[in-house]
Each structure stands twice: as C-alpha cells, then as structure tokens.
Design a protein around this ligand. Structure first.
Ligand SMILES: Nc1ncnc2c1ncn2[C@@H]1O[C@H](COP(=O)(O)OP(=O)(O)O)[C@@H](O)[C@H]1O
Ligand SMILES: C[C@@](O)(CCOP(=O)(O)OP(=O)(O)O)CC(=O)O
Length: 411
C-alpha cells in the first residue's frame, strides 16, 4: 500500500548570516509550496531495489540496487542526484534493513519552487503539478529550498516503510535529514531549511555543528564505528531551538520573484571573510542586526492590527542592519535595486514592510502585508511593471505545518 508525505518550502524572514552561529535567533516561515513523496512497495524482490521518479523533470528517474548499507549507492545509469544518494545512504546506514525490498518513490514539487516558464499543467487524481521541459538541475529555482524539502520528505517516506510508526518522531526525521543534507552539500549550512521542512514555521537557533562533524569525521577516520556513531547521533537530543510560530492573523506573506538569482555560498563566504578580517566592525553590525531580529520576533508575537508602527519599525531596523552589512562586507545582500523595490512596495497601502529573505541578493523579496491589501499591492505592481522592477508574486502563503501525511490516492 502506498503512503504519501509532503514537506514545506521556507522563507528566512530574519536571521540571514547570523543564523550560521548557534548564538543567534532566526525566524523561518514555512510555505504552502510543498515537496511530495509517495512510497509504494512493489513486487517481492530477492534483491534490494529502489526506483525514484520525479516525472515533472526530463530524465527524472534514478534507480538503485543497494549492495551495501555503508556507502552511498550509485545510480545504475550514471544519472547522479547527490541529495537522493545521501538520503538513501544515511537512512539505510541508520536502519540497516536485513530483508530484501523493492520500492518505488514518486516525487512531486509544487509550482513555487521553480520557474513556471515553459511548463504544462498535469492534473493527477486530486492534485496538479507543473511539468518542465528540462532536467531538474537545468530549471531555475526560486529559493524555497527544494533540496531540503526533497531530503525531508524522502527520509520520512523511507522511515515510514522500514520503521512504520517512527515517521511520527520529528526529531528522529530531522536528525537523519539534517545529516543527509549536509552530506550531499559537502558543507555545513545552518540547516534552518531542513528544520523548517520537518517542523514547519519556527523560531530557530542552530544546533552545535560539531554534532554533525563528528559523524563525518568517524566516516573518514574510523569506518568501523560509523554506524554506531550515526545511530547515537540520530537518537540523541541536539538541544537546538525550533519553537513553533506563525504570522499574526490578518498578516499575509508575499514572495516576489525578481528573476535575478544569486549564489548563496559566494555571498556567505564574502560575509564570513569580512567577519574574520574586521572582527570589531562586524561585531557591531551583528549586534545591531540581532537586536533588530529579536525585536521583529517580539513585534510579531505582540502584533496589534490597530497599530502597525512597531512591526514596521522592526522591519526598517532589519533592513538598516542588512544595508550596513552590504556596505561593509561588500556582499550584495540588499543591493540598491532591491532597496528601491522594497522602498516602493512599502508605500503601498496596507503594506507593513519587506525584506530580502535568507541570504538576500537578487533572488526574491518577502513582503508582509495586511490581508485586505494583497489585491491592491498586486494590482499596483502589475499596472506599472517597470517601476516595480518586474516583480512577480509567487502564488503562496504561510502554511505553518511541517511534514504531513497526505492521502496517497490524491496523486
Ligand atoms: N523535484 C525534485 N526531484 C528530484 N530532485 C530534486 C528535486 N528538487 C530538488 N532536487 C535535488 O536538489 C538539487 C537542488 O538543490 P540546491 O541546489 O541545494 O537548491 P535549493 O536551494 O532549492 O535547495 C537538484 O539538483 C536535485 O539534485
Ligand atoms: C545566509 C544563510 O544564513 C541563509 C541562506 O538562506 P536562503 O534562504 O537564501 O538559502 P538558499 O535557499 O540556500 O539560497 C546561510 C545559512 O543559513 O545556511
């Protein structure tokens, strides 16, 4: 019998860059754009066999015959997908299944994750998805965290098959997915995207990176102990903050795509190099920005629709901090074009304010606006496209749930 799960995309509204350091709070909103996985056991095989299909993308099929639980599997046709290989590796190394299995996993992603250009709509039983004319790594992303969603949802699907019932243990899913995502990325990001894919909207403070470092260090230096270190790490308490949250009632989040695109790793390395080179200057910028981020979180919690000023000024304060970071580090986090667009959006009636989410750059803007003013904002920017930098509003809203069980019959 098939089982289906979905995991949300994310927007990091406050805490970009600071969140890499486990002493700072970040505010992450989970989105209605979700990644889906449907797992179906097929014939009883005398083998260990897994086929993963992502039919929205050309060449979206990856087939594995598992010969060991102790190394990443190789795709039989050489069609690599590092994120899938990492999930299979870490899940199987943790679970160590003893019997044979033959599994089909189907992946679907909601429209918000990728550009919608050159797509056709396909209606499945109850859900519909956009089909692209290119391969997954050739289609432009919008920055909602497709790999984190993929890793979270495939981890959940596999755990639900091999350890039925344990997919309800979000900490377990999180720890496995976080290790797998790091393994695939070959670097340790803050992990807020994987945490939001599992837990939903959260106030997040990072776990100690050494927790994951230890697993990879054992893999490299003491292979015999790898599975026991992996098991104890997956089952331990990582002691990090992931407090559920959601935007105040009456406030809508809009994500504006500006079709620019930025490379997050490049921005991050520029900021970290500046932080190392200018410890005093950067610590002042970090402290101001941290104050602004915490004020933003407080103002969201205390939001009163009769008085928008405190939340408006918290957003202004964040922007000031990010502008300062842009100027001092040289990384284009809130570049002048984004400043202009955000300033213009803010003047529209009912708009509380906007920021460059996450790493910033030329990817997107996030805007908080009163529910009743959403149409006005859309009409205003639509009627004067050039003035508003050709921003297009992605069809999404906050959906604060993390991983959920879906009805497999809907696909
Ligand atoms: N729908 C999908 N089906 C299969 N693989 C996917 C899908 N979405 C994302 N991926 C995997 O994740 C990779 C993109 O990850 P990454 O570059 O980190 O982008 P993002 O910032 O969206 O996470 C893709 O190249 C592919 O390996
Ligand atoms: C800079 C960061 O703190 C936030 C980046 O957030 P984005 O939401 O921009 O992430 P990507 O989807 O990977 O581009 C780096 C981090 O926390 O890992």
């Amino acid at each position: 019998m098939s089982k289906a799960f979905s995991a949300p995309g994310k927007a990091l509204l406050a805490g970009g860059y600071l969140v890499i350091d486990p002493i700072y709070n970040a505010y992450v909103t989970a989105l209605s754009s979700r990644m889906h996985a449907i797992i179906t056991p097929t014939t009883t095989s005398t083998d260990r066999h897994i086929i993963i299909k992502s039919p929205q993308f050309v060449n979206g099929q990856w087939e594995y015959t598992i010969t060991t639980n102790l190394a990443p599997p190789k795709e039989i046709n050489g069609n690599n997908n590092p994120f899938l290989e990492a999930v299979l590796f870490i899940v199987l190394a943790y679970i160590q299944p003893e019997s044979t299995y033959d599994l089909n996993i189907d992946i679907y992603s909601d429209p918000g994750y990728h550009t919608q250009e050159n797509t056709t709509v396909k209606q499945l039983s109850k859900k519909k998805f956009l089909y692209h004319s290119r391969a997954i790594n050739e289609v432009e992303k919008t920055g909602l965290g497709s790999s984190a969603g993929l890793v979270a949802v495939v981890t959940t699907a596999l755990v639900s098959y091999f350890k039925p019932g344990q997919e309800a243990d979000k900490d377990l899913l999180h720890n496995i997915a976080q290790i797998a995502h790091c393994y695939a990325q070959k670097k340790i990001g803050s992990g807020f995207d994987v945490a939001a894919a599992i837990y939903g909207s959260i106030i997040f403070r990072r776990f100690q990176p050494e927790i994951i470092d230890k697993v990879f260090h054992t893999l490299e230096t003491n292979h015999d102990e790898f599975t026991s270190v992996l098991k104890s790490t997956v089952e331990s308490n990582w002691n990090f903050k992931h407090t559920p949250c959601s935007l105040p009632k009456g406030v809508r989040l809009l994500m504006g795509d500006i079709k620019g695109g930025s490379e997050t790793p490049k921005l991050v390395s520029t900021v970290l190099a500046w932080k190392r080179a200018q410890p005093e200057e950067s610590s002042v910028v970090y402290a101001n920005l941290d104050g602004a981020n915490n004020n933003f979180i407080t103002q969201l919690q205390n939001f009163n629709p009769q008085d928008l000023t405190p939340l408006q000024s918290a957003i202004q304060q964040i922007r000031k901090g990010l502008q300062e970071m842009t100027e001092k580090s040289g990384a284009p986090i809130e570049p002048p074009a984004q400043t202009d667009l955000l300033d213009k959006c803010q003047l529209i009636d009912g708009c509380i304010g906007g920021v460059v989410p996450g790493a910033g750059g030329f990817d997107a803007i996030s805007v908080l606006i009163l529910e009743e003013s959403v149409d006005t904002l859309k009409q205003t920017t639509e009627s004067n496209k050039e003035y508003y930098h050709n921003v297009t509003w992605v069809d999404l809203h906050e959906e604060s749930e993390g991983i959920v069980l879906e009805d497999a019959k809907d696909y």
